[in-house]
Design a protein around this ligand. Sequence first.
Ligand SMILES: [Fe+2]
Ligand SMILES: [Fe+2]
Length: 327
Amino acid sequence: MTTMSAPAIGAGGHEAACDQSETRNLLQRIGDGWIRRAKVRREPIELCFDAARDDFLEERLPFHTHPGYRALDSATRTRILSAGWIIYNEKTVAIESAIVSPSCYDALDGRIPGLQPETIRHIVCETLVDEAYHLLLVANANRLTRTHRGLDDLRIPTFNLVRFMNREKAAYAEDWQKTLVHLATSVVSEIFVSDYLHQLSDCPHIQPMNTATVAAHRHDELAHSKIFTLLTETFYPALSPREQAFFADMLPKPIGWFADLELDIWASVLDQLGVPGAAGIIADCRPLNLAARSRLDYSRILGLSRDVGILDTAAGRDSFAAHGIAA
Ligand SMILES: [Fe+2]
Ligand SMILES: [Fe+2]
């Protein structure tokens, strides 16, 4: 099935900038710690719903300062916050099921050079267990929210993060190119997701069940962020020069996809909720989306790119610069 070249560590155009034995030792230690660390192995989360608390942080709504939103009555705003929580959760589901897990299976099925050693297969399997548990956490939280808030019928369309990744994959003919587009999206998502979860994980004012759900998820994702950084340090030197150049060109793209404000989803949701003036509110927020990427802290993506050698090449620096990211 795969057409990616056979793994050959050190065969790439860039000498491995990272110490491979140190990288492997770190992966081994993180993998060995999973049995004590992973939330799936720990106490279950208290799922107590407090109807008096808001389900989401108003500041996380892309339109929270818009006069049309501020003029809404408090019952409508509370309902929008509940929908915001459901959208927030569904984005994590999309990251886990449509983005990260397929890359994990690509690694286990031998489609990613350099990731075949048993130590790495072990940690990839642990990561898949974590992501399956996160799906359960989020499903429980969303089910309770939908039931208590009367939002059982709220539909969440496909996220741009997933649509843009799939559109990019469709633009390439070769399987190895599609695998690397998907992998770049997974690496970026796993590095950003803990920051995404941090927005709610220690917020004392919202629904306690929601904070507990996000904090548990983030606990695991802090490890995943490190794992995907170390996996990149492992597979990148094993890519051929052509594959390295393709991956370097691809890596900055998902930063913008991840940062997208997902206004089309909000347009659909506000419409489903019958919010007056919804189309105007969303239209006024469109310009905000153009600067969404600049609100992300992508220093760890840059650091990783520097560590593996992507930024040592003119092509690598150019690919980041083309997306407005100064290396
Ligand atoms: Fe997760
Ligand atoms: Fe993860």
